[in-house]
Design a protein around this ligand. Structure first.
Ligand code: F0G
Length: 458
């Protein structure tokens, strides 16, 4: 008999989860103005809001915390992290930051100026925010297949090299400071970019004389998919694949809260000394001195260890298998989601699950609320609320896909929890004939409205 799959770790410390009744949840979500971000964590049973900073650290990482060197300058923890970044990612220069968006802020302060154009594959919200804040423009060059929900393309994070070359041709290196490649691409569903595509981007960048930056939050999950799906890589180790990926980048920004399995932290990796020198000034201004930049020594130790653990095949297999497990359950129940299964989350098609809720009443948010009411499960809306209003017309922007992201924290939940999530979603799906109304906005912020929006029943 073939042995079944099991996790590559065991549990040493546990945290109690609180269950609640539907009646309690009805009261809490109303008090939260139907905004899932406003719930208190103890009002949530299974929290799939994000995989960012929510992972469980290992015994070795916790041990690293005790050995942290908190010296203001030249801490051993800094040198430990520097060595790990050089060893695994191949960047000789690095700057620590408090999280991923801080790395973007520092690097873009050097590289992005008013009137610039930054092509990439569906930039993450904060990345786009830091570009637009500098009066530059982010251009999405993702392949069209990425937005076809049932298309099984193995690398839906890929850039369309023709679209990219059009942008480079039109604006030239004077206007394009960098191409951003997000690995995996969160916005299109945790979908990977192939090495072939990364080589293609590098060639175009060299042809037009622009730099290539990787937004690397989930780089290890990307490498795992390359090993599984790309021809010629089945026998390469994750670390070999990671090394090749980053050989095509000039610099990287990292949110360490994802694939490095720490609760807080980030960094910038660079190959060019001059860029490092320029970025150092901004790092000192915004984050902290160059040998700690927004991180304590203990956190740098945990991060260095996390980079090694996060790039182990057995860990990644366990991780991605859990996401796949949830996907297979939903498939069994006939619930549609972004295919193939991505690295960190399942993106559920809210328009299929709740077909009677009008677009202007936020079907994905409505689904998020229904799922919470059903079982205390918290997902996050990736739909019309997140897409916000057009800055000029102030009309709602309706994105192509209306999704509920069920984001799975690393090493935290068991597959029994996934069973509860899938069963709850099935129950909502089965009574969708009774759900015709969504929500309307009572108040909203001028930008990034989804975090603080207040809603009432439509
Ligand atoms: N880049 C990507 C691809 C991300 O997914 C995130 C964060 C960031 C950059 C910013 O990093 O949060 O450390 O400042 N994504 C989280 C999420 C918030 O829920 O997907 P940060």
């Amino acid at each position: 008999m073939e042995l079944p799959f099991a996790e590559s770790y065991k549990i040493k410390v546990v945290e109690t989860l609180k269950k609640s009744t539907r009646q309690e949840r009805e009261k809490w979500i109303e008090e939260a103005r139907y905004n899932l971000f406003n719930l208190k964590s103890d009002q949530v049973f299974i929290d799939l809001l994000t995989d960012s900073g929510t992972g469980a650290m290992s015994d070795e990482q916790w041990a690293g915390l005790m050995r942290g060197d908190e010296s203001y300058a030249g801490a051993s923890s800094y040198y430990k992290l520097k060595a790990a970044i050089r060893d695994i990612l191949g960047f000789g220069y690095f700057l620590p930051t408090h999280q991923g968006r801080a790395a973007e802020n520092v690097l873009f302060s050097v590289m992005v100026k008013e009137g610039h154009v930054v092509p990439g594959n569906a930039h993450f919200d904060t990345t786009k925010g830091h570009i637009e804040f500098r009066k530059a423009k982010a251009i999405d060059c993702t392949i069209d297949e990425a937005y076809e929900i049932e298309n099984e393309h193995p690398f839906k994070g890929n850039l369309d090299l023709e679209k990219l070359e059009d942008v480079l041709k039109k604006y030239g290196p004077e206007k394009v400071p960098m191409i951003i490649v997000t690995v995996t691409c969160n916005t299109s569903g945790g979908q990977p970019v192939s090495l072939k595509n990364m080589r293609g981007v590098r060639q175009l960048a060299d042809k037009y004389g622009v730099k290539v930056i990787y937004d690397s939050a989930r780089f290890a999950e990307n490498a795992y998919f390359i090993k599984l799906r790309e021809e010629g890589y089945a026998n390469k180790s994750i670390r070999e694949i990671v090394a090749e990926m980053f050989s095509y980048a000039d610099a990287m920004t990292m949110s360490s809260k994802k694939d490095a399995i720490v609760n807080m932290g980030g960094f910038i990796g660079m190959k060019d000394e001059e860029l490092f020198k320029q970025a150092s000034t901004f790092n000192i201004m915004f984050e902290g001195f160059i040998t700690y930049g927004g991180m304590s020594g203990r956190d740098m130790n945990a991060l260095a260890q996390g980079l090694y653990e996060g790039t182990e095949f057995d860990y990644l297999e366990t991780r991605v298998n859990q996401v796949k497990y949830l996907g297979s359950k939903l498939e069994e129940y006939g619930i549609r989601y972004q295919r193939p299964v991505g690295g960190h989350a399942i993106f559920v098609d809210a328009l299929q699950v709740l077909p009677h809720v009008p677009r202007e009443q936020f079907p994905a948010q409505t689904l998020g609320i229904e799922l919470y009411l059903e079982a205390g499960v918290r997902g996050v809306e990736i739909g019309t609320l997140l897409a916000d209003r057009d800055p000029e017309t102030r009309e709602n922007r309706y994105p192509e896909l209306e999704l509920l992201r069920l984001t799975i924290p690393r090493r935290v939940y068991t597959n029994n929890h996934m069973d509860v999530v899938a069963a709850a979603l099935r129950n909502v799906y089965e009574k969708n004939n009774e759900i015709h109304k969504g929500y309307k906005i009572i108040s909203e912020a001028p930008i990034m409205r989804h975090f603080t929006v207040e809603l009432e029943k439509a």
